[in-house]
Design a protein around this ligand. Sequence first.
Ligand SMILES: *Cc1c(COP(=O)(O)O)cnc(C)c1O
Length: 436
Amino acid sequence: MHHFEKENNPIWHPFTQMKIAAAPIHIESAKGSLLYTKDGRAIIDAVSSWWVNIHGHAHPHIAEAIAKQAHKLEQVIFAGFTHQPAIDLANKLMEILPPHFSKVFFSDNGSTCVEVAIKMALQYWDNQDITHKTNIIAFENAYHGDTFGAMSVGGKSTFNKAFQKHLFKVHHIPLPTAENIEAVKAEFKKLVQDDSVAAFIFEPLVQGAAGMLMYEAAHLDALLAIAKEHNVIAIADEVMTGFGRTGKHFAINYLHHQPDIICLSKGITGGFMPLGVTVCAAFIYDAFYSDDKAKTFFHGHSYTANPLACAAANASMELLQRIECTENISRITSSHAHFAKKISVHPSVRNVRQTGTIIAMDIITPAETSYFNSISTEIYSFFLSHDILLRPLGNVIYILPMYCMSDEELEKVYGAIEAFFEFKLLTNPFLFYLRI
Ligand SMILES: *Cc1c(COP(=O)(O)O)cnc(C)c1O
C-alpha cells in the first residue's frame, strides 16, 4: 500500500485519516460509468462519485451546455440581477415538482440548501411574531450535511462529536418501522402538542449516509399527517434521493402528504457543478413578502445561482426527461430486484433492501459494526482490486449507479459482490460452519 508523502503533498482530503489512508487514485478522465486512472486502469464508478452523477461522466450534452454558457456569462451577482439559466431552471423545477411548490431559492451545495431550509422555517414563524415555535424534529442517524445547522439536525455520531456542544437542540426520533410506528407516532404527537415545534426535517424513504436505511412511505405519511395537523413545517431533504434515484423524479412522489420545503442538490447538475436549491410552498414565501425590510430573508452565497451550474442543471434536466432515462431507471430497478433475490439467500448477507436504483445490504460481521469497522476498508480494497468503486458505509455495501450504467457493468458489480461474499465465507469459520 502506498501512503501519502508527508512532505510533498499539500492536499488534505475529505473524510480521510491522512496518516493511514492509501494514496489517492489519480483520475485523468472519465466517460459514462468509467473512471480512467493515470496509470491506465478503468474503474466502474458504482457510487456515482459520492451520489452526484446521474447521466454518466463527461456527458457531452451537459459539457456543451456549460462550455456555451461559459463563453456568454460565467457569473453575476444574484441580488438585484438575474439571468436566463436561473429563470429556465426555476421554471423547469416548477414543471416537475408537485404543484404546491412555488419559489426557488438558490445556494451552492447540499449542506447550504439544508441551512437555507432551516433558516426559512425558523424565520417563517419569527416574521409572524410567533415566538414559541422554535423546536425542530429530525430522525436519529439522519445526515443533512457538514455545516453547523446541518450537523445539528443530523444524528449524533463520531463525525460531529467534537462540535456537539455547539450544535442547537433538536429532538431526534427513531426511524419508523412496522414494529415501532405506533410508538414513534405517539412520541411525535407528544413533541408537537405544546405547539413548540417549528419544523420536521427528514430524508424521505432512504437515509443515505446512515447506511442506506430504507423506510415505508406510509409511515412517513403518518408522521406528516401529524405535522400538518399541528402546523409544523415539513422539510424534505432530497439532496441524495432527488432526480430519479428512487424510481420517481422525487421520493416525495411516493407520499400522500407533501412537504412544505424541499432541498435539492447532488444530482441536480448531473454531477457537473456544485449547486443547491431550496424550494418552498407559497405560504412560506408569503410570510417574508412585506413592506417591512426586516422580514427579508437574509441569506445568500457568493456563487448563488451560478450561471454555469444552472446551465448544467438545465441540460441534465433535459436528459432526465428523455424516454431513454426513464427506461434506464426501470432497467436498473428490475436488474437490482433480480440480484436482490439472488443475493439475499447468501449466509453472509442480511437485510437486502432496494428503493428504485439504490440497492443495499449488510454484511454479517461478528464484531460490533460501525463506520470505523475495519470491514469497510477491507470491502473497499477488495472491490478496487476488481476495478470497481464501491465505498461501503461501515458494513453496508450499496450500489448507487448512474442511469447510463450498462447491464454488462451492472453484472460485473453484482458478480464482484457475490465473489466478495464467497471470499468472506471462506475466511470466516463461523459463517462457513453456518452454511454446512
Ligand atoms: C450529501 C447530503 C447532504 C450534504 O450535501 P453536500 O453537498 O455534501 O453538502 C445533505 N443531505 C443529504 C441527504 C445528503 O445525502
